[in-house]
Design a protein around this ligand. Structure first.
Ligand SMILES: C[S@@+](CC[C@H](N)C(=O)[O-])C[C@H]1O[C@@H](n2cnc3c(N)ncnc32)[C@H](O)[C@@H]1O
Length: 303
């Protein structure tokens, strides 16, 4: 007998864990996240059609579902240790593997975990690497544990507190010099938050403009920088009618990126892309790749 596998939905992005009474259950947080994504998508469609009344009604429904705050609280639950959440742990691992960071995580005050680097410096400081974390919910994640090596700029549409600037990445002024650019941009569970396929493409295109021009790797450092750390729910590439991993890699290739690292878990897919080339200006349309019951319509369009 063929056992039917349950199809994964887009919100299927976090590992289940033991329940604690006072905390939001993982089922509840998944429902909030899924509902938020669905409503934001519907709102974007209503706005596109010019149906302001419907868009406002949907906005109300979003607020009833907890609004952006409720959504972020639900996402934070996913980041907590007991839910295996902090995706930046893998970024740290990959940077260690590439010898950008030493593999000993414990940071000595006198001898930072730096292999060696001719510092670009971040502004007047001598911190060698700059990272832009888009969609930051915490200042305490794994990638924040290297303050002498990685200067992290955190932004979010709705800041959760000090150390996170409230800013829409799509409206962030473009860097005026290489010094204002970054070695790493992190988009962890952000692209799938964007309700429209074209806007997702625009977001990925824009990332390239924030990355420093590539440098020859130094000493034993493998060449992974400048890099985009991209995390998506696995269902975006494994259960979508319009997207699979090959297409994602092809889109990134068109934008000038090469894949250096990848990992899949039962819930998420992680990619590290190195910016290596110019955008070749090849467009990607919405095109069905595969169809089946229970599949989702996640898509990235590049215009
Ligand atoms: C699911 S949370 C992801 C949080 C965290 N990065 C993680 O991996 O768990 C998505 C976050 O992305 C933020 N976000 C979405 N679009 C954004 C944009 N254009 N600029 C800044 N933040 C954005 C949202 O406000 C939300 O807090």
């Amino acid at each position: 007998m063929v056992v039917k596998k349950r199809q994964k939905v887009l919100s299927h992005g976090r590992p289940p864990v033991a329940q604690k009474k006072e905390r939001m259950s993982s089922k509840r947080s998944r429902t909030i996240i899924r509902e938020h994504h669905r409503l934001e998508k519907e709102r974007a469609i209503a706005l596109k059609k010019g149906d302001v009344k419907l868009a406002n009604d949907i906005k109300e429904a979003i607020e009833k579902n907890g609004g952006i705050e409720g959504y972020q609280a639900a996402s934070k639950q996913g980041q907590s240790k007991d839910r295996g959440g902090d995706s930046s742990k893998l970024l740290v691992e990959w940077l260690q593997h590439a010898k950008v960071l030493k593999s000993d995580i414990s940071i000595s005050k006198d001898e930072p975990n730096l292999i060696k680097r001719c510092p670009h410096g971040s502004g007047s400081s001598n911190i060698p690497y700059r990272l832009l974390e888009i969609g930051a919910l915490s200042t305490q994640n794994a990638i924040s544990k290297f303050p002498k090596l990685i200067d992290v700029t955190r932004i979010d549409l709705n800041s959760q507190g000090d150390g996170i600037e409230q800013q829409d990445f799509m409206k962030r002024p473009l860097p005026s010099s290489d010094n204002e650019k970054f070695d790493i941009v992190s988009l962890s569970l952000v692209v799938n938050f964007v309700p429209e396929a074209v806007q997702r493409g625009e977001m990925l295109k824009r990332v390239a403009r924030f990355l420093r021009s590539k440098e020859p790797p130094i000493e034993s450092e493998e060449s992974v920088l400048p890099a985009l750390f991209l995390v998506l729910p696995l269902s975006c590439v494994a259960n979508s009618r319009y997207m699979d991993e090959d297409l994602l890699v092809q889109i990134m290739h068109n934008l000038g990126f090469v894949l250096t690292n990848r990992k899949k878990t039962s819930k998420l897919c992680y990619h590290l892309f190195k910016l290596d080339n110019e955008d070749n200006r090849v467009k990607t349309e919405k095109k069905m790749i595969i169809d089946g019951p229970g599949m989702n319509n996640f898509c990235i369009v590049v215009e």
